[in-house]
Design a protein. Structure first.
Lengths: 285, 302
């Protein structure tokens, strides 16, 4: 089997926070993982919790760990530095965003299956919305580093299209360097547009592409429908509420043409052709 | 000194820590963790997810809601059905390094009997657990909520297997100890408790039920005190062994349930937070025993 899945150690471990970078509405938190694999696959995720004081926040939560695709993995002499993009929107993300250097980040992972290479000679088109830009960052780096023979065309970096709610959120685009096209809901950065408008324009130019998308459910559904209409292969990194992340709880199912599948073990990257919709009840709430 | 093994219903287990049915999928976990899962398997016996006669897709999402120190789930028993289980899951589960307990649920006594007979047949299956937390379609009653219904179900299936039969009790009964006594009198070899407590959550925006199945079952530390009382009440009422569970997250909690009368304990929701929770709890329990702390309840501290 060639599915892009690096195995996780079968226990929770504690990584040490090495840096927290404020990026407008987001935090990029980096932690040194000494006991996990150094080669997670872009699109895979980790279950995260603060090693201490996880609980007793708003509504006497959090209790369960929270799932995050990793944004970056850098091999260092004593482990791998994993970076996660987060936005404090609830008791779990609020606690995670309070973590500072030298504090413990409990994690299990990498989990799930990541992005698969582009179909045939097609060019990769990366489409991100909001916090969903995270897994596209490491995927862009990996695609850019491919040997020229594998990249098509050889001299063009993968096209990256990003959409954000506001200028504060759009600061995350800086992680991608000068390359990406950026739009916002309010026009404060780039045009006032949806990222799917950029995608439609790119496909108008050249539809010989494989689309990689991650973002809110409405965006993923628009990408899915557009790619289905134009017969363009697409891989969607989806989200669903998870308790465990490794197939134990059966809580994170999404509907597919073959029935419900657990996003944590059969995803989170799904082939858009397997979906009738990318909208899942309760997701993106 | 390192022998943690226990004899449970005539079956030698390497220790007293099981998983709660439906809280760990060893097949999916092996996909995530590889062979390291088998080398460091978290439990001393493995209890399967509940199987039904026919395949089930389970409930529509959303299926989960986090509560203070716990979780409400509304999963709906998705499974491959009896034939799918025997053909595709059992061969994989037979490769686990521990004894296998198969959990079954029927929507009638005859259906339950069919499941017990078929799932009890393979040599790889050491014990059976009856999930009676479901409505009997003939009577409309939840089997496990009523001592007489439970006894009738156990009587019907008892002749179908010689293997140990564990009855999984629901806490959503007026008198779980009476249900346990009914199960014992009808021929059950052991009881396990608690299953989840019925609960619900509302969508904060619409004020309508959040879960696709409308209601669900509450688990985790939030229910531990309730579970401990029910385990103590059941253990003082029956002679057969008791498997205690409900929010166990440490060796101290496991010791409490054993002191309350359980012969073994199960870990459920804590495994969602750490797949190795069963091993950690086993080690903590062994440390408590080795350091001379008896398995008596700690004095209440105020």
């Amino acid at each position: 089997l060639t599915e892009p899945r690096t195995l996780a150690p079968p226990e929770r471990r504690v990584a040490t926070v090495s840096g927290v970078e404020r990026l407008g509405a987001y935090d990029l938190i980096t932690a040194l993982d000494r006991f996990g694999p150094s080669d997670p696959r872009p699109g895979q995720f980790y279950m995260l919790a603060a090693a201490r004081e996880w609980g007793g926040g708003g509504d006497e939560r959090p209790y369960l760990p929270r799932a995050f695709s990793y944004a970056r993995a850098r091999v260092e002499s004593d482990g791998v530095a994993l970076s996660f993009l987060l936005e404090a929107v609830g008791p779990g993300t609020e606690r995670l965003s309070e973590l500072g250097p030298e504090e413990g980040l409990a994690l299990v992972g990498p989990l799930g299956v990541g992005f698969r290479p582009p179909a045939g000679e097609t060019r990769p088109l990366l489409v991100g919305g909001g916090i969903g830009v995270a897994p596209l960052l490491c995927w862009q780096e990996e695609l850019a580093a491919r040997p020229p023979a594998a990249a098509a065309p050889a001299d063009a970096p993968p096209a990256v299209l990003l959409g954000f709610r506001s200028a504060a959120h759009a600061q995350a685009a800086a992680l991608f360097g000068p390359g990406p096209q950026v739009v916002t809901d309010d026009g404060s950065v780039g045009r006032e547009a949806l990222v799917t408008e950029l995608l439609a324009a790119e496909l108008d130019d050249d539809s010989d592409a494989t689309v990689y998308a991650c973002g809110p459910p409405q965006m993923l559904e628009a990408v899915r429908a557009l790619c289905a209409e134009r017969d363009v292969p697409a891989q969607l990194a989806m989200e669903s509420g998870m308790a465990c992340g490794f197939g134990a709880c059966f809580g994170c199912v999404v509907p597919t043409r073959n029935g419900y599948v657990r996003l944590c073990v059969d995803g989170p990257v799904m082939d858009a052709a397997d979906l009738e919709t990318a909208l899942v009840a309760g997701v993106g709430h | 000194l390192n022998d943690r093994s226990v004899e449970f219903c005539g079956v030698r287990l390497r220790g007293p820590i099981l998983n709660g049915s439906g809280t760990f999928d060893a097949i999916a976990a092996r996909r995530a963790f590889g062979d390291a899962l088998l080398e460091r398997f978290p439990f001393d016996a493995f209890v399967s997810k509940t199987i039904t006669l026919e395949p089930r897709q389970g409930n529509p999402p959303p299926r989960l809601w986090e509560t203070p120190a716990g979780l409400i789930n509304s999963i709906g028993l998705p499974n491959k059905g009896l034939t799918g289980f025997l053909e595709s899951d059992l061969p994989e589960l037979a490769g686990l390094p521990v004894s296998l307990v198969v959990s079954v649920m029927g929507f009638s006594r005859d259906e339950l009997a069919t499941l017990v007979a078929a799932a009890g047949e393979p040599d790889e299956v050491a014990m059976l657990e009856l999930n009676v937390s479901c409505p009997n379609v003939e009577t409309g009653l939840v089997m496990g909520a009523d001592p007489v219904e439970t006894a009738r179900a156990v009587e019907r299936v008892r002749p179908e297997t010689e293997k140990p039969l564990i009855v999984k009790l629901t806490p959503n009964a007026a008198d779980p100890a009476a249900v346990a006594a009914g199960a014992q009198d009808a021929g059950a070899d052991a009881v396990s408790l608690v299953n989840t407590l019925k609960g619900m959550a509302l969508d904060p925006e619409t004020r309508r039920p959040w879960l696709g199945g409308r209601t669900g079952g509450v688990s985790g530390p939030a229910i531990r005190a309730i579970a401990l009382e029910q385990v103590a009440a059941v253990a003082s009422r029956v002679e057969i062994p008791v498997i205690g569970m409900g929010g166990i997250a440490s060796g101290r909690h496991a010791a409490d349930f054993l002191a309350a009368g359980a012969s073994a304990v199960a870990v459920g929701t804590e495994s969602f937070r750490d797949p190795a929770a069963g091993r950690r709890i086993a080690a903590e329990l062994a440390d408590l025993s080795l350091t001379g702390e008896s398995l008596q309840p700690a004095s209440p501290r105020v």
